[in-house]
Write a protein that binds this ligand. Structure first.
Ligand SMILES: NC(=O)c1ccc[n+]([C@@H]2O[C@H](COP(=O)([O-])OP(=O)(O)OC[C@H]3O[C@@H](n4cnc5c(N)ncnc54)[C@H](OP(=O)(O)O)[C@@H]3O)[C@@H](O)[C@H]2O)c1
Length: 300
């Protein structure tokens, strides 16, 4: 199945960090229709269908009937509380697993493509070079396990139309994210310790959202990786955020994961090789340093 025809596209998780950016970045010829459990944020286009629990098959059918016909779906709704998922794996599985299957079945019934947003947490982090799209997933956390189930259910329900796009270390103009937390803590405390032994690629929703639209409109079914170019540790990322904010005098120390134990294990190394996406678009996402500079120019 080739990409989505121009027309109405359903964006799930439209009140979230990524979903709200997807609403803003709908390309010419596409009209994004947002759905979420909660209302959208004021700076983004309104979420049209509020309070629809996508785990309910009937509710999804009704949504398609009332607001469709859609020419594609970008599925960004998820249970994203990584640490809480260790204690609520059943709930996380309902949202990250069951919902993916339900949405994929609805797309299959309509014969339209689906972009399902995935995560680097499906990998164990033991690699020493970027994970290819076909690398063996081996999640170590409840969040990673449930997101992997979602990938599998979507592919199973709609093999010809599902594009799983895994991303990582997301931040953007709306929602809670790492740069926002670092800026707050720096101002509150004046000194910080940040983990230096986990490596990934910070990725802005400003870079990711247009790439997801391209995969929906022009990509073939299959698995894609989508992250900004390059890599760094959380310590490296935090240092760059402080420098852009003119907070260079805040003391920042590198520390180990061991010193800050969290309920969910994080992959130590989860850089994603994005060759397939780069091939589709003819260019990679921006290097993370440049994407951060552009983001910080808007917030500082
Ligand atoms: N953030 C990252 O660093 C990161 C990294 C890799 C991949 N991802 C993936 O990227 C996607 C977007 O993440 P994000 O950070 O933008 O997430 P987010 O801000 O948490 O947004 C997700 C939205 O989905 C909604 N939702 C939850 N359960 C639902 C249900 N049953 N039915 C309908 N909507 C539901 C949430 O509502 P509530 O707030 O009311 O629960 C929330 O508004 C997700 O697939 C995530 O797994 C994120």
């Amino acid at each position: 199945m080739i990409g989505a025809e121009p027309g109405r596209v359903l964006v799930t998780g439209a009140a979230g960090m990524l979903g709200s950016q997807l609403l803003i970045d709908a390309p010419v010829g596409f009209e994004a229709v947002g759905t979420d459990l909660v209302e959208g944020v004021p700076e983004a286009p309104a979420v049209e269908a509020v309070g629809v629990d996508l785990a309910e098959e009937d509710a999804v059918r009704e949504l398609f009937r009332e607001l469709g016909p859609f020419t594609g779906v970008v599925h960004a709704a998820a249970y994203t509380a990584v640490d809480r998922a260790e204690e609520e794996e059943e709930l996380a599985l309902r949202v990250n697993g069951t919902v993916c299957g339900v949405v994929a079945r609805a797309c299959a019934a309509e014969g339209i493509p689906l972009v399902a947003v995935g995560t680097d947490f499906v990998f164990d982090g033991e690699a020493r070079e970027p994970y290819a799209e076909d690398a063996e997933p081996r999640p170590r956390s409840a969040y990673g396990r449930t997101k992997l189930v979602g990938e599998e259910l979507a592919r199973e329900a709609h093999p010809a139309g599902t594009r799983v796009v895994r991303t990582q270390w997301l931040y953007g103009p709306r929602g809670n994210h790492f740069p926002g937390t670092i800026l707050r803590l720096a101002r509150e405390r004046g000194e910080l310790s940040v983990v230096d032994d986990q490596v990934g690629a910070p990725t802005t929703t400003l870079e990711l959202a247009p790439a997801l639209w391209d995969v929906l409109a022009r990509g073939e079914a299959g698995t894609y990786h989508a992250a900004c170019e390059g890599s760094c540790s959380w310590y490296g990322f935090a240092s760059a955020v402080l420098a852009h904010a003119g907070l260079d005098r805040v003391r920042i120390e590198p520390c180990t994961t061991e010193r800050f134990p969290r309920p969910a294990p994080r992959p130590a190394y989860s850089v994603l090789a994005c060759d397939r996406l780069t091939g589709l678009r003819g260019r990679a996402l921006a290097p993370w340093e440049r994407a951060l500079a552009e983001f910080m120019a808007g917030v500082v």
